[in-house]
Design a protein around this ligand. Structure first.
Ligand code: AMP
Ligand code: MG
Length: 520
């Protein structure tokens, strides 16, 4: 039998809703509502992460048991579980949206593992909650595959993220109009069990603040500091809260710098999708950069304004932190500490970004005029439609003593653009090679430095879509294979070279590959 040691601090230390069950409602004066997952017809395990199972002290035999599938689709609760949905609000696409909350995510409890680490288990797609508004509380297989694979891929890339223990099928159809064009269809339903030390979002603080409930706001802030930021000790309450906000700003900056390093576009950076721990959370219409383009967003809902485009993610994170600061302001006697936190975001982000770019280009340390060389390369990559991931791995193959464009050619999507920009690339490459020679180190050293930060494998949009197409036909093997590849994204893995290839032409404008709706 599955056993975990639960210590459910969120529900035991914070006020809950007096009403139980999923009746849709505004929930005042409480951080959470008691609600059980709605049982499903035919729970079946489709995929699981061995690393996350290990974090939870689970043996493989336990994971493949029928009990596991029952528990992690929400059909059965284990002793110690106290399922709940959290109340939060948020700014969506720049506008205050009021109460949102866990509409289809249900937390089961907080596991403390043998190493003493706390991991909250949360089922996404487990049925309606008081926060489901008009929606059904369910999730479809395609978006669940995307969340499951990407959470784990991001972790292995070294990007702070929530994790995924498993992906299960519910055996029940879910009706979705994927492109919002009046063509709904039934899709297979699924549940992902997400795992993180905390699922608290910026929006958790925004909702009590928006209602003028400063007492609840203060309780939640101090709880978050106690449980999720145990290193923040000493000083009076306001000092602790100030240090906490600064830490949130720092972690958020670090997270976005990593996104920029690996070419990840979140797609829906609403404040309800921002983790207080600076973890990438809520994998919806996210995407990976194929041809380098800071203007690109995968999210069709955001096509017009491109608010959440690749190149604007740091500004948006800062904007979101400013909304959090506003929500927290009633707890501070002056705005200065909050302003200082926001300032810190900018410092940390630029402090991370520049050395990270230097490493991506293989420089031992950033020099004064490197910024220009880097900006010029990025400009060329965009103009000539060059694949970001392939470019940086190929650049590591350039011999500074005899630099030719040859290794870079495979990274171009279009021959015409390669030819029209060839002279510009040649000229850039000559200066790049001179710069690399100035580091006076063996080529292998530079190459290793680059390959440590430039992945060979990322979860390209078309790769996830191929796995989804097969899974919808009943074959889950591609999901397993992708998970396997993404466990070692910086290694060559020649047997999986096919998964490093650039986006094929068929995927250029295909839904799911280059554009995604929020429908999930
Ligand atoms: P998202 O854009 O996915 O971050 O979702 C925004 C809000 O809508 C959150 O409160 C979600 O819980 C809720 N939501 C999204 N899809 C569903 C669904 N199928 N059923 C219930 N709530 C949902
Ligand atoms: Mg969300």
């Amino acid at each position: 039998m599955l056993t975990f040691h639960f210590d459910n601090r969120f529900v035991n230390e914070l006020p809950g809703d007096s009403e139980e069950g999923p009746r849709r409602r505004q929930v005042q004066g409480a951080c959470w509502s008691r609600v059980l997952p709605t049982p499903v017809a035919a729970p079946r395990l489709l995929a699981w992460s061995p690393e996350v199972a290990a974090l939870l002290d689970l043996a493989a035999e336990e994971v493949v048991s029928s009990e596991f599938a029952e528990v992690f689709t929400g059909n059965r609760q284990l002793p110690g579980m106290q399922p709940y949905a959290a109340c939060y609000g948020g700014h969506q696409f720049g506008h205050w949206a009021g109460q949102l909350g866990d509409g289809r995510a249900i937390s089961l409890g907080e596991v403390v593992n043998r190493a003493g680490q706390r991991w909250e288990l949360q089922l996404k797609g487990a049925g309606p909650t008081p926060y489901a508004r008009r929606a059904d509380g369910r999730a479809v297989l395609r978006s669940s595959i995307r969340e499951f694979l990407c959470s784990e891929a991001m972790h292995h890339l070294g990007v702070p993220t929530t994790r995924a223990l498993c992906l299960t099928a519910t055996g029940e159809p879910v009706l979705r109009d994927m492109m919002y064009d009046g063509n709904p269809r039934h899709e297979p339903g699924a549940v992902v069990c997400r795992v993180a030390p905390s699922f608290i979002r910026f929006g958790h603080f925004e909702i009590p603040s928006s209602r003028g409930d400063h007492e609840l706001l203060a309780r939640l802030v101090d709880f978050t500091i106690r449980r999720d930021f145990p290193d923040i000790l000493g000083g009076d309450t306001e000092e602790k809260r100030a240090r906490w906000f600064t830490t949130v700003c720092e972690r958020t900056a670090l997270m976005v710098a990593h996104w920029m390093r690996v070419g990840f576009v979140h797609g829906v950076m609403n404040t309800d999708n921002m983790s207080i721990l600076g973890l990438t959370i809520d994998y919806g219409p996210y995407g990976w950069i194929d041809n380098y383009d800071p203007e690109w967003t995968p999210n069709t809902t955001d096509e017009e304004n491109r608010r959440y485009r690749f190149g604007q993610q740091a500004q948006i994170a800062h904007w979101n932190l400013a909304r959090l600061a506003e929500a927290l302001a009633p707890l501070f006697s002056s705005e200065a500490p909050l302003q200082a936190g926001l300032e810190r975001f900018i410092q940390v982000y630029s402090g991370e970004y520049s050395p990270m770019m230097a490493a991506k280009f293989g420089f031992a340390a950033l020099r004064d005029d490197d910024g220009e060389l880097i900006a010029e390369a990025l400009g060329l990559l965009q103009l000539a439609e060059v694949d970001m991931t392939l470019f940086f791995r190929a650049l590591a193959m350039i011999d500074p003593a005899a630099a030719t464009l040859e290794p870079l050619r495979e990274a171009f999507y279009r021959d015409d653009l390669m030819h029209s920009h060839e002279a510009a690339f040649q000229s850039w490459l000559a200066r790049y090679a001179a710069r690399a020679r100035a580091d006076a180190e063996p080529m292998e050293v530079r190459k290793q430095r680059m390959n440590d930060v430039n992945p060979r494998y990322v979860l390209r949009n078309y790769l996830a879509q191929e796995a989804i197409d097969q899974a919808e036909q009943g074959d889950i093997s591609r999901v397993h294979e992708l998970l396997e590849v993404m466990r070692r994204p910086y290694d060559e893995q020649p047997e999986y070279a096919r998964y490093a290839e650039k986006r094929p032409d068929w995927a250029r404008n295909r839904p799911g590959c280059s554009m995604l709706s929020c429908s999930s």
